[in-house]
Ligand binder design. Structure first.
Ligand SMILES: Cc1cc2nc3c(=O)[nH]c(=O)nc-3n(C[C@H](O)[C@H](O)[C@H](O)COP(=O)(O)OP(=O)(O)OC[C@H]3O[C@@H](n4cnc5c(N)ncnc54)[C@H](O)[C@@H]3O)c2cc1C
Length: 490
């Protein structure tokens, strides 16, 4: 049995039994041996047969020709082999798969767009709830609302909404999944004007770990609604999300790139530029490698009147960029050009949040980039405008003070390069730590308890109480995990 739909199941059961040799180990995944890990632990035929007979979507097991494609995720640093991937078609599929994983005591991963920095969307030897086939988007132009299923990617949502000249804050990377993106916060080119993706979330459909299908909104399960706006995938499996839309047509977008050797001066100018820029202006800076040294590239996207945007850019243009690609483009073109990594690649990225780019912080950043391996970079994402007008406790997303998310990233194509990349990313993070006041969980490549707690900040204790209510056994733990244990007992 490789890939099975309910309709095909009856026809296939005759030969399916022959493909499954090894019965499920008596005590589930903990007892699996290494060979099982390599192959993706085999579940017994009967268990898979029963599961498949109840699923409207597809059940993909290690024998399937689709298996390798289905288990591949964006961060190639992770090569995980689940025992079964259930490509769900609808919320009942999600509920049945949740029940299956819990009955069999198997680890459970939830995959939407597959862009987790830590590869959380896939697991070894367990069950994957794969939402990637749930891709419907409906746009209500009258109410300016989009309803999207959880397998929708940023570009799918943008394409559907732009047909009507509207949009909501979606990922800077076209292939990021809206579900993981929104549940952790969701930073994109429209956030300065319209807030994070989670700030535009009107409601969500959630399957809880006990199989109930519930709505999370200001009026239905408001505690859950609060928690899923920044608390990640800790509380249930979200199957659909409803967003507020805003008029967005053409934008002024592109990049200004400066020659090497001027990082401190340019970062100070970047700070000044932002202080004078209205909410329509989104900008982030990247410190990139070049033969001559580190260059600074500032990406901008202005969603207001283009002439006003052009005037705002005067101060940055006065600093004599060597390259200036800023022009009027459609919002879809601006989005397609975005993204820090163009294609799936092995990488390590983490981040921290600085309230200001003080002189000592700029000095630490400059020293770090001058010492960086060629495949590493630092990205500075300002959080300001509409993002910082929401109180830190209004939603679970706590990074509401104006400041800068500093993403520190490196890629490798050969395992030998990995050690140096990871060492540099961690050392840079540690050197900037004295200036830091939190982290963004969606861009966190670490799993230390301290860093995860710092991501949830003042909301951690409340999130623990909600976790205890909705997932008391921590079934959903392959994420930036909130343990259902009171902080004082942890
Ligand atoms: C190249 C790249 C570019 C990125 N760009 C941005 C950016 O511009 N802005 C930004 O804010 N972030 C960005 N991110 C980070 C991104 O927001 C997070 O990695 C996010 O978790 C990815 O969501 P996903 O659905 O694609 O990933 P997945 O790996 O499918 O999911 C990640 C985790 O989210 C949870 N999850 C996902 N879907 C559900 C669901 N339906 N129900 C419950 N839990 C769920 C699960 O815990 C899952 O393990 C980027 C990441 C990459 C790799």
């Amino acid at each position: 049995m490789a890939l099975i739909t309910r309709r095909r199941f009856a026809r296939q059961t005759g030969f399916a039994a022959a493909l499954y040799g090894s019965p499920l180990r008596a005590h589930g995944w903990l007892g699996l041996i290494d060979a099982d890990k390599r192959n993706g632990a085999r579940l017994d035929t009967e268990a898979i047969r029963k599961l498949a007979s109840r699923i409207d979507g597809h059940v993909i097991t290690p024998e399937a020709s689709e298996y390798d494609a289905a288990r591949s995720i964006f961060n190639r640093a992770f090569d995980r082999r689940p025992a079964v991937i259930v490509r769900c078609a609808d919320p009942p599929d999600v509920a049945r798969t949740l029940e299956f994983a819990q009955t069999k005591h198997l680890p459970l991963a939830v995959r939407a767009g597959g862009h987790s920095r830590l590869g959380f969307g896939m697991c070894d030897c367990g069950v994957v709830i794969d939402l990637s086939a749930m891709k419907r988007v409906e746009v209500d132009t009258g109410k300016r609302v989009a309803r999207a299923e959880a397998g929708v990617l940023a570009r799918d949502l943008d394409t559907a909404t732009q047909r009507f000249g509207v949009a909501t804050t979606s990922g800077g990377c076209p292939t990021v999944g809206i579900a993981g993106f929104t549940l952790g916060g969701g930073e994109g080119r429209l956030m300065d004007k319209y807030g994070l993706a989670c700030d535009n979330l009107l409601s969500a459909q959630v399957v809880t770990v006990d199989g109930r299908q519930v709505e999370a909104s200001p009026s239905s399960n408001p505690d859950l609604f609060w928690a899923i706006r920044g608390g990640g995938g800790n509380f249930g499996v979200v199957t659909a999300l409803e967003y507020q839309l805003h008029p967005v047509n053409q934008v002024l977008s592109g990049a200004l790139t400066y020659p090497a050797g001027r990082i401190p001066e340019l970062l100070q100018a970047f700070v000044k530029f932002l202080a004078g820029a209205s909410d329509e202006m989104d900008a982030f800076a990247q410190l990139l490698p070049s033969q001559q040294g580190r260059r600074l590239k500032i990406d901008v996207c202005y969603c207001g009147e283009p002439q006003i945007g052009n005037n705002l850019l005067g101060s940055l243009r006065g600093l004599k960029p060597q390259d200036d690609s800023v022009k009027i483009v459609s919002y879809l073109e601006a989005q397609a050009a975005g993204g820090f990594l163009a294609a799936p690649v092995a990488h390590f990225q983490t981040n921290l949040f600085l309230r200001e780019l003080s002189e000592p912080a700029i000095h630490a950043i400059t020293t770090a980039v001058n010492d960086a391996p060629a495949t590493c970079k630092i990205i500075l994402v300002p959080l300001r405008g509409a993002v910082s007008r929401v109180s830190p406790t209004d939603t679970a997303f706590a990074l509401r003070e104006p400041g800068y998310e500093i993403d520190i990233a490196g890629v490798w194509s050969a395992p030998a390069e990995k050690v140096e990349v990871v060492r540099w990313v961690q050392a840079t993070r540690d050197n900037l730590q004295p200036f830091a006041h939190g982290v963004y969980i969606n861009q966190l490549g670490d799993t230390s308890e301290q860093l995860v707690r710092s991501g949830y900040g003042p909301n951690y204790a409340r999130l623990v109480e909600i976790k205890k209510k909705y997932d008391p056994n921590n079934v959903l733990r392959l994420n930036q995990n909130i343990k259902p244990v009171s902080p004082s007992n942890a």
